[in-house]
Design a binder for this molecule. Structure first.
Ligand code: FAD
Length: 307
């Protein structure tokens, strides 16, 4: 049995494990893929105090830091359910094993919703991007498209318009779904073109990097191609909470609801990082939230534990 059982292996989980381990208690980390989204990231230039690094390098450093403490890491293990018992919390794994913790920290992160068109996977990190805060500056002075006219797409287009030369916003429906104030701002920008009623059919490239985007005009059925250097897919971020639907309170977007201390609806269960309702999905934020959840779990232990 663990004092703190962390589910996840990204930046939030790593920070939680390190902070909890420093209290000299028993820590377990169960992760499907240690490193998390960072493993899929090329350049990281906004982790404060590290001017520039690469995702896999950053992930290796996370793992090394965690391993420098007495932490039981169970990698390549998927958690499938959470059950709150009278004294402990049980986490059942896909391999049938059941782990128990006096407290649990959920840090299973999120994944960007993919548009699933030819070229998207092939050119991921070679012109196809998902995070304007992270990758926007890589497209300075270049032409980009943003796919998606919801709040995140329109915010991304506004953000990028200040960095890149031209932004084309592609929306599938006949109107934008973003808040009116954002739409107004977007329409005031001279280097933004909005194309509505358009279905992206392909992200094209030269074999190495993106060189354009093809879309079908839904009114005419005609396919058009625009030349550009980058495509930001902004059609949603999906939290990895399918396995928690019946055990922990989630928001309407499926994010774990947490209070200011990272406490979920279940006493003794905390959550941190992209999987929660905390806004702005960034490494530096996930790390801070992970540390906070660990301190909250420790606080819970000293108040509720009889051993
Ligand atoms: P994640 O990194 O998503 O980690 C979740 C962990 O939980 C993984 O280890 C996963 O395997 C595990 N897991 C999931 N489900 C289960 C389960 N059922 N059982 C066990 N384990 C499970 N942010 C920046 O600050 N700067 C950047 O430059 C940047 N660039 C990015 C580029 C890309 C391409 C992407 C995709 C994201 C980028 N981000 C960037 C965002 C950043 O990666 C995330 O905000 C951050 O990784 C969130 O950390 P996390 O620990 O909450 O979740």
């Amino acid at each position: 049995q663990f004092d703190v059982l962390v589910v996840g292996g990204g930046p939030a989980a790593a920070a939680a494990a390190i902070y909890a381990a420093r209290k000299g208690i028993r820590i377990g980390v169960v992760a499907e893929r240690f490193g998390g989204q960072v493993l899929d990231t090329l350049a990281i230039e906004n982790f404060v105090s590290v001017q520039e690094t690469e995702g896999p390098k950053f992930a290796a450093a996370l793992e090394q830091h965690v391993k420098s403490y007495n932490v039981d890491i169970m990698d390549l293990q998927r958690a499938e359910s959470l059950v709150k018992g009278p004294k402990n919390i049980e986490i059942k794994l896909a391999n049938g094993a059941v782990l128990t913790g006096k407290t649990v920290i959920l840090a299973t992160g999120a994944r960007w919703r993919e548009i699933n068109v030819p070229g998207e996977r092939e050119y991921r990190n070679h012109g196809v991007a998902y995070c304007p805060h992270c990758d926007g500056p890589l497209f300075k002075g270049k032409r980009v498209a943003v796919i998606g006219g919801g709040n995140s797409g329109v915010e991304a287009a506004i953000d990028l318009a200040g960095i890149v030369s031209d932004v084309t916003l592609i929306e599938y429906g006949t109107e934008l779904r973003a808040d009116a104030v954002l739409q107004k701002k977007l329409r005031s920008l001279s280097n933004v073109t909005i194309i509505m009623n358009a279905q992206t059919s392909e992200i094209t490239g030269d074999g190495k990097k993106v060189n354009g985007l093809a879309f079908k005009e839904r009114s005419s059925g005609e396919t058009k191609h625009i030349a550009l250097e980058g495509v930001f897919v902004q059609i949603g971020l999906v939290p990895n909470t399918e396995w928690l639907k019946d055990s922990v309170a989630l928001s309407k977007h499926g994010e774990i609801q947490v209070d200011a201390k990272g406490q979920t609806s279940v006493p003794g269960v905390f959550a941190a990082g992209d999987v929660t309702t905390v806004p702005y999905k960034q490494i530096v934020i996930a790390v801070g939230e992970g540390a906070k959840a660990a301190l909250s779990a420790f606080d819970h232990l000293i108040r509720h534990s009889d051993s």
